[in-house]
Design a protein around this ligand. Sequence first.
Ligand SMILES: C[S@@+](CC[C@H](N)C(=O)[O-])C[C@H]1O[C@@H](n2cnc3c(N)ncnc32)[C@H](O)[C@@H]1O
Length: 271
Amino acid sequence: MPTLNEALRHFDLPRLEARLLLAQVSGLSHSAMVSAGPEPLPDAQWQAFSLLAQRRQAGEPVAYLLGEREFYGRRFAVSPAVLIPRPETEHLVEAALDKVGRKTAARVADLGTGSGAIAVTLALEAPAWQVAAVDLSPDALAMARGNAEALGASVAFHHGSWFAPLPAAAQYELIVSNPPYIDAADHHLGEGDVRFEPRMALTDGNDGLDCLRAIAAGAPARLAAGGWLMVEHGYDQGPACRELFEQAGLQQVHTLPDLAGLDRVTLGCKP
Ligand SMILES: C[S@@+](CC[C@H](N)C(=O)[O-])C[C@H]1O[C@@H](n2cnc3c(N)ncnc32)[C@H](O)[C@@H]1O
């Protein structure tokens, strides 16, 4: 059997990825790995690591191999049933907390919750908020429920399309969504980690704006007066998104940039 250091070099993988995969199968901390001696790895660990390393070499995302991804400082379980939460989406969380205020009692809906990253984070960061979350994928909802339970968040989950499964008369001070917004013709859908993520989490099968259209059009009926709609979108979708929000009669419509300075989150308020 190879030693730990030989195992880390054995596969053509970035050192950090190899370390994460080996930590997963060995349970060793980073510092234990750095100070590892010349003893051979136990056979079972070498076999399990080899399997994960080969899957990574075949392209599977590290987050799916580890079964988790960090979002806003917490670990969320992920599987190929859900989009891997992205750091950009933390901007949407920040914008929501800033605009509504953590201490204000607010009714909040997260449309297309996936792993539950947004809904669970908001429920934990702003315990005064009442958070509901919707997804069309039953498998995604099961994962989101598991994350809410594991992290101790109180979220009401609903299965269905966008606003449809929410209680009929319910109104919200905040509606957030990171919907599928990639154009079906975008070549990125066939590249890298994205190939392994659920297609329905990535694209509307059209021009990338269909879900944003449905959410913008449906929001005014579900927002309380003074309530905010906030969505994440592609770097080049800011102008189209602002137009959709304005057509829906929302006011104070504007777009916030991400850390790279690119349009990322558009918000608007119901008068
Ligand atoms: C881009 S992912 C976002 C996941 C998660 N909110 C996040 O930010 O990591 C979009 C999610 O929308 C869901 N979705 C797609 N079409 C939907 C629809 N018509 N109604 C509700 N959810 C939908 C997908 O299943 C997926 O979980």
